[in-house]
Design a protein around this ligand. Structure first.
Ligand SMILES: *Cc1c(COP(=O)(O)O)cnc(C)c1O
Length: 415
């Protein structure tokens, strides 16, 4: 029987043929590599021989992390980047041309939304639709549509896209389906189960978990047939068609843009990934309990969490994510309560813009991470002006509940 994911991640470096019997892949900090003769150097450059030429386009420490992410996703291959944003930007820039059309969920992480609007100004056409409804995606498709892009659980309002329905649609139309699974992590969800072609992670978030490194990844599930994709450069078409997409992302995206993950950070992320299952189980259990508790508090208005029966996509989330619902809660206080006064009363919960960290973090969304885009675009994403994003960590549950209770307790229970 094939070992489980946690077992495979924990033993991956050792079993891959360790250096000096070390249980961790060492940190390779060399910028460049030396070859015994010109033929060998040319062979590596031309892809006839595997190896490293210059660390901007990959190094052995990053490659060890790439193979672990491929294991978690059951993917054919992975390219890592210095941040989640550079992974998304490099993927888009390397695969799209002016005049191409992309259908994207309108419920997007703020910086992804900002990037997509930058691409709009560069001749990429974008349609933003409510991706919880596959019919809206279908209606937006055009002959020039090259890609459909969605987040699994949208940050910060927790809408759950019709991931399986969109996968069927993209497969039938031969359109590349890209899923940002940052909020689910491979512990809750495998993008290949819904027929995605590419899966994105911000490694800064749940996969590393400790808030001590930035990183991003693009994995190819192996399900998309790149032979039908119009923008592959002739030089990559000499290779096996299964690697065309990822090769173009590695060369045009990582090599040309240069958003390389440092070896130190690849190591930190790989160490974090060893405890992914433990951390996610704990943070998700905390979040489910807190969401239910918040919903019953008189000072609280709406609570958005896929684990609640009241969530519009609760049944879908249950089916897709194996009875876990992530660590992110969006909630609003009763309208007469000042959000900032409440946040300032928190003692344990940290006011921070990060998420999926071991520590519990809170942020007022409209005034910070979604401030720049303005009220109209916030409204289109379902973001109320008083929305608080709570990213639940792995602290002891009672301590989190007590902290929220003492902050809520400063406001009267009834109006
Ligand atoms: C944070 C985040 C990103 C960007 O990742 P960085 O590592 O911060 O650049 C992309 N998508 C989602 C859903 C995120 O939460």
């Amino acid at each position: 029987m094939k070992p489980g994911i946690s077992t495979r991640i924990l033993h991956a470096d050792r079993l891959a043929g360790s250096e000096h019997d070390a249980v961790h892949k060492p940190l390779h900090v060399a910028a460049t590599y030396a070859y015994p003769n010109a033929r060998a150097l040319a062979d590596v450059f031309q892809g006839r021989q595997s190896g490293y030429v210059y660390s901007r386009q990959g190094n052995p420490t990053g490659a060890a992390l790439e193979s672990k992410i491929s294991m978690m996703e059951g993917a054919a291959g992975t390219v890592v980047f210095s941040t989640g944003m550079s992974a998304i930007a490099a993927m888009m820039v390397s695969l799209l041309r002016a005049g191409d059309h992309v259908v994207s969920s309108q419920f997007l992480f703020g910086n992804t939304s900002s990037l997509f609007h930058t691409l709009l100004g560069m001749g990429i056409e974008m349609s933003f639709v409510d991706a919880t409804d596959v019919e809206q995606v279908r209606a937006a498709l055009r002959p020039t549509t090259r890609m459909v892009f969605v987040e699994t659980i949208a940050n910060p309002r927790t809408q759950v896209a019709d991931l399986a329905g969109i996968g069927e649609l993209c497969e039938s139309r031969g359109v590349l389906y890209v899923v940002d699974s940052t909020l689910t992590t491979p512990h809750l969800f495998r993008a290949s189960d819904v027929k995605a072609g590419l899966v994105i992670h911000s490694l800064t978030k749940g996969i590393s978990g400790h808030g001590n490194a930035l990183g991003g990844s693009v994995s190819d599930t192996g399900l998309f047939d790149w032979r039908g994709y119009p923008n592959i450069a002739e030089s990559y078409k000499q290779l096996d068609p299964r690697v065309w997409g990822l090769q173009q992302i590695r060369k045009k995206g990582l090599r040309d843009i240069g958003a390389t993950l440092r070896a130190e950070d690849a190591h930190r992320i790989a160490v974090g990934a060893e405890t992914l299952a433990l951390r996610i189980e704990r943070s998700n259990a905390n979040a489910l309990a807190l969401a239910g508790w918040l919903e019953s508090q008189p000072q609280v208005g709406r609570v958005h969490y896929p684990g609640l029966i009241s969530h519009a996509q609760h049944a879908r989330a249950t089916e897709l994510f194996g009875g876990r619902y992530g660590s992110l809660i969006g909630f609003e206080l009763r309208p007469d309560i000042d959000t900032f006064t409440f946040l300032d009363a928190l003692r344990l919960v940290i006011l921070s813009s990060h998420l999926s960290d071991n520590r519990t973090l809170a942020i007022p969304v409209a005034q910070t991470i979604f401030y720049e885009m303005g009220a109209e675009r916030r409204a289109s994403m379902g973001i109320a002006e008083g929305l608080i994003r709570l990213s639940v960590g792995i602290e002891d549950y009672a301590d989190l509940r007590d902290d929220l209770a003492q902050a809520l307790g400063r406001f009267p229970a009834g109006v």
